[in-house]
Design a protein around this ligand. Structure first.
Ligand code: GLC
Length: 791
C-alpha cells in the first residue's frame, strides 16, 4: 500500500494516509536549533547537541514509537469534543489528516469537528526556536468556542542523564509561568557535560532557559506531566483536558512539561492564527535578550517571512545542480531530496533520529568526512569549517577520534580506515573551489601545536605507511568501513584487502592534489606507499573471480569462494575499480560476480551468503541475524560505490539499473516501512523472512554518495582541479539529457545528445559556440556557460 506521493513539483512529500508503518519524519533546523517532526506530531528538539542540549524528551522504546511530540490539542468548550491538529496523540479520524514534508518545514492539515486546520512547523534561519503556527478556520455554519492547548515534555539538558538518572535528575527542574510575559520558562539547575552517564557531578547548571509561548493571552497552563496527563493515561487523553481549565501551577520538581491553554471564539467562516514558539535563550544574556526574543513571531507575517527565508536558503542550496533526465522519478531525488537529505545528515551529524537517539555517540569521523562531499558544491565555507573540525580530531601520528563531540571529547578506536577519509574531504574541497591555499592553513593537532592542513595530510600518510601487516595490507584493527568486521585476526589484527584498495585510492587522490598544488617534494614517497598497497592487493587479494575481503588469523581468507558464508563482499569489487587497479579483466570479472552473486530482488547486498553461524574470529557481522544490517542486507551506502564503479567501467545501463532500483520510493510501504523520500541505511534482503523492509532512515551516507555519484559519474559532470570533466555513463536508451552545475562561480548549462545510443564516452564538446579540446571544460569567468556535448 501507498501512504503518500510527491507533489507535482517534487518539493513536498504528501502523506495522505498518516497511519504509516513507522514515523515518517522531517528535520527542521538552522544549524544550531534542531527539531524532528513526524507525520503525527512526534519529535524531539535540541540546541546544538542532542546529548548535551536536549530541550524535549523522546520516550525510548515507547509504543507508539514517536512520543512525545509537539502537540496542539483542540477542545470544543461547548461539546467537550477533543482532538489534536496532528492525528496523534488523540487519534481521531485518521482520514481527516494530511501531512506535507517540505524542505525545512512540515505542514499538517486536517478537518475535524467542522474546524479546518493547517499547522506549520518550522525553525527560523536566524532565531533559535521552533514555530508552530496553527491556522484554524471555522468551516461550519455557527460560531464556536474552542480551547487550544500547546504541549511539550521537557528534558532540559543532558539527554542521557535525564534517561538513566531521572529519579535524581528531576530534583533540579524548574518550570514557571511568567504572567507578565505570557510565557513559560524551564531550566535545570544541574548539568552534566560529559559524554557518558557518570558519577562525576559537575558543579554547574544548564546554560539555557527554554521558553514556550504563544501569541495570545494564556488562559491557563501546566508544568508537571503527572498533573497534565493523570495516572494511567497518556498523551491521547490527558486528564487535565477534561476540566475547563488547566491547573496553572508552577513546579520545581518532576517530569517537566509545558502546556499553554488559549481560549478563542471563532465566528462562522472566521480564520485565526495561533503561533506557539518553543525555543532557548542562553543564560548569559537572558535578562538582556528575553523581551526582544519573546516579542518575535507574534504575527503571521513574521512566520511567512521566516518560511520564505527558509525556502530561499534551500533554493540557494539545491539549485547549484539540476538534472533533467528522461526519468522523472530520479529527477525528484537528484534535484531535491538527495541533496536535502545529505545536508540534513551533514548538519545533524548522523546522531539524532528515531534510530539514533542522540545519547550514545558523537559525530563519526568517517561519516562526517564523507558528508562534506555533498555540501561542498553549495556551501564550500561549511565544508572548510568541517575540514578544520576533522583536523582538530587528529593526533600527529595520524590517528583520529573514531567519534567526537567537537568539544575535545572523543574516543580512539583501532579502525584502520578513519584517518584516510580526511584526504577525501580535503581533496573534494580543493577540486570544487580551486582553493589550494587550504593546504597552508593551520589547525591544532590533538596532541601538539598547530600544523598546516598539509601537515595533517602527511600525518595520515604516516599512519597509512605504518599500519601495514604481513601481506603489506592495512592491519584491520577493530574494523574498517565495515564496523562489524571487528574481530578479524584476533589479536594480530588481520588485514583488510578493502583497506588496501581504499588506502591506494586515497593516496592516489593525495598524489594528484600535491601535483596540482606544485608540492612535489613528498610525491614520490606517497607514490611508493600507494604502489605498495596496490601491489599487495593484486598479489594477495584475487580469488579467481573476485577480490577477497580480508586476511584473518593464520592467513585465513575471508570473502572467498572457499568460505561457506560471506563468500563475496561488495566493497572489494567496487573499490578495485575505484582504486584504479590495472587488470581490466579482473575488474570486469569482479563486478560481474557482484551482479551475479550479490544483486537480488531488493538490490545488491553487502555480502553473500549472509553468515548463519557465529564466528568470533570475524565478529559482530556473524552475530547479527542474516539478511539485516552488515550481515547481508542491501546496505545502501556501498551500493553507491558499486554504481560509481560500473560508471568507471563505462557500463551506464547497469549503473542506472542499480541507481533506480535503489531509490527509496518503493511501491509497497507496508513492506518497505521507512520514509519513501529519503534513503535508509539498509533494506532487509531476501535472505531474511522480512525481506524488503528498510531501517535507519535519514542518517546515512547514502544520500551524499548517491547525489555525487549520480552527478559526477552517471551524468558525468565531475569537478577536477582544472575544471569540470565531462564523462557520462548512461543507459543507451537516453537520447538526450541536461545538467546544470554551478562551478567556481559559473553556471554551466550542459546539453547532452546521444543520437547513436551510447552508454559512455564523449565525441564532441562545444563551449559557448566553440569546439573544446579534451573533455575538461575550461573555467569560465562568466556567470553562464553554455555547453553542448555529443556522446
Ligand atoms: C554505519 C556507520 C558507518 C559504517 C557503516 C558500515 O552506517 O555509520 O560509519 O561505515 O555502518 O559498518
Amino acid at each position: 500500500m501507498n501512504y503518500g506521493h510527491f507533489s507535482r513539483d517534487g518539493r513536498e512529500y504528501i502523506i495522505d494516509n498518516v497511519a504509516t508503518p513507522s514515523p515518517w519524519i522531517n528535520y527542521i533546523h538552522n544549524g544550531r536549533y534542531f527539531a524532528t517532526i513526524s507525520n503525527n506530531g512526534g519529535g524531539i528538539s535540541y540546541f546544538k547537541s542532542p546529548l548535551h542540549g536536549r530541550i524535549t524528551r523522546y520516550r525510548i522504546n515507547d509504543v507508539p514509537p514517536d512520543r512525545p511530540g509537539k502537540y496542539i490539542y483542540v477542545k470544543d468548550r461547548d461539546t467537550g469534543e477533543l482532538w489534536s491538529l496532528t492525528w496523534q496523540p488523540v487519534g481521531r479520524g485518521v482520514e481527516s489528516y494530511r501531512v506535507a514534508h517540505g524542505f525545512g518545514y512540515t505542514r499538517a492539515e486536517a478537518e475535524v469537528e467542522g474546524i479546518a486546520s493547517s499547522l506549520l512547523y518550522l525553525v527560523p534561519a536566524d532565531d533559535d526556536r521552533e514555530v508552530w503556527r496553527a491556522r484554524l478556520t471555522n468551516a461550519n455554519g455557527h460560531s464556536r468556542r474552542l480551547s487550544i492547548v500547546g504541549y511539550v515534555e521537557f528534558a532540559l539538558g543532558h539527554a542521557l542523564v535525564d534517561l538513566i538518572n531521572q529519579c535524581d535528575d528531576q530534583h533540579f527542574n524548574r518550570v514557571h509561568f511568567d504572567r507578565a510575559r505570557n510565557s513559560l520558562f524551564a531550566t535545570k539547575t544541574y548539568w552534566v557535560t560529559e559524554t557518558r552517564g557518570t558519577q562525576h557531578q559537575e558543579n554547574k547548571e544548564w546554560d539555557q532557559w527554554a521558553f514556550f509561548t504563544v501569541n495570545a493571552p494564556v488562559a491557563a497552563y501546566e508544568t508537571l506531566r503527572e498533573r497534565f496527563i493523570g495516572p494511567y493515561r497518556n498523551e491521547s487523553s490527558p486528564l487535565s483536558l477534561e476540566a475547563p481549565r488547566l491547573g496553572s501551577r508552577d513546579t520545581d520538581f518532576g517530569n517537566a512539561v509545558g502546556a499553554l491553554q488559549v481560549e478563542i471564539d471563532l465566528a462562522a467562516g472566521e480564520t485565526r492564527d495561533l503561533i506557539f514558539s518553543l525555543g532557548v535563550i542562553p543564560k548569559v544574556s537572558f535578562e538582556a535578550d528575553r523581551d526582544a526574543r519573546l516579542a518575535k513571531f507574534q504575527d503571521s507575517a513574521s512566520v511567512d517571512l521566516a518560511l520564505a527565508e527558509i525556502g530561499r536558503r534551500w533554493d540557494d542550496f539545491l539549485n547549484r545542480t539540476r538534472a533533467e533526465t528522461p526519468d522523472s522519478r530520479a529527477n525528484i531525488f537528484l534535484n531535491g531530496w538527495s541533496p536535502y537529505q545529505a545536508k540534513v545528515a551533514f548538519d545533524v551529524g548522523r546522531v539524532a533520529s528515531y534510530y539514533y537517539w542522540g545519547i550514545g555517540r558523537g559525530f563519526g569521523y568517517r561519516d562526517t568526512a564523507q558528508d562534506t562531499i555533498a555540501i561542498v558544491i553549495a556551501d564550500p565555507a561549511k565544508a572548510r569549517e568541517r575540514i578544520g573540525l576533522l583536523a582538530r580530531q587528529m593526533r600527529t601520528d595520524g590517528r583520529v577520534y573514531h567519534h567526537f563531540y567537537g568539544d575535545g571529547q572523543g574516543e580512539f578506536t583501532e579502525h584502520c580506515d578513519d584517518p584516510l577519509w580526511f584526504i577525501l574531504a580535503v581533496d573534494e574541497y580543493v577540486k570544487e573551489t580551486g582553493d589550494f591555499g587550504i593546504l597552508d592553513e593551520k589547525e591544532i593537532f590533538l596532541d601538539a601545536e598547530r600544523g598546516t592542513i598539509l601537515d595533517h595530510l602527511l600525518a595520515v600518510v604516516r599512519f597509512a605507511d605504518g599500519n601495514t601487516g604481513r601481506h603489506s595490507l592495512p592491519i584491520f584493527g577493530r574494523g574498517d568501513w565495515n564496523d562489524t568486521l571487528d574481530y578479524i585476526g584476533g589479536k594480530d589484527g588481520g588485514e583488510s584487502v578493502w583497506g588496501g584498495m581504499f588506502y591506494a585510492a586515497m593516496l592516489d587522490r593525495l598524489i594528484a592534489l600535491l601535483e596540482a598544488a606544485g608540492r612535489n617534494d613528498r610525491i614520490s614517497e606517497v607514490r611508493s606507499i600507494r604502489d605498495r598497497f596496490r601491489n599487495a592487493v593484486e598479489t594477495h587479494g584475487w580469488d579467481g573471480e573476485w577480490y577477497i575481503r580480508a586476511f584473518g588469523e593464520n592467513d585465513r581468507r575471508i570473502g572467498s569462494r572457499e568460505n561457506t558464508y560471506g563468500q563475496i563482499f561488495i566493497n572489494t569489487q567496487s573499490w578495485a575499480v575505484i582504486a584504479g587497479l590495472p587488470d581490466r579483466a579482473r575488474l570486469l570479472s569482479a563486478m560481474d560476480s557482484a551482479k551475479l552473486l550479490l544483486d537480488g530482488p531488493f538490490g545488491p547486498k553487502i555480502c553473500a551468503p549472509a553468515f548463519r553461524e557465529i564466528d568470533p574470529k570475524i565478529g559482530l557481522i556473524t552475530r547479527c541475524v542474516w539478511g539485516k544490517k552488515e550481515n547481508g542486507a542491501v546496505f545502501n551506502h556501498p551500493t553507491a560505490w558499486l554504481i560509481q564503479a560500473e560508471c568507471l567501467l563505462g557500463r551506464g545501463a547497469r549503473a542506472w539499473d542499480y541507481y533506480t532500483k535503489l531509490l527509496p520510493d518503493r511501491v509497497d510501504s507496508d513492506i518497505y516501512a521507512a520514509e519513501p523520500y529519503v534513503y535508509s541505511q539498509y533494506i532487509t534482503s531476501e535472505e531474511h523472512e522480512g525481506g524488503g523492509r528498510a531501517s535507519h532512515s535519514w542518517q546515512t551516507g547514502t544520500a551524499a554518495w548517491m547525489y555525487r555519484v549520480a552527478y559526477d559519474h552517471i551524468l558525468g559532470v565531475q569537478p577536477t582541479y582544472a575544471g569540470l570533466k565531462i564523462d557520462p555513463a548512461i543507459p543507451s536508451s537516453w537520447l538526450s539529457f541536461r545538467v546544470e552545475r554551478v562551478f567556481r562561480g559559473c553556471r554551466y548549462f550542459i546539453e547532452f545528445q546521444n543520437p547513436d545510443g551510447k552508454e559512455s564516452g564523449v565525441s564532441k564538446i562545444v563551449v559557448d559556440g566553440r569546439p573544446s579540446e579534451g573533455n575538461v571544460l575550461p573555467i569560465i569567468n562568466n556567470r553562464i556557460g553554455r555547453v553542448k556535448v555529443r556522446m
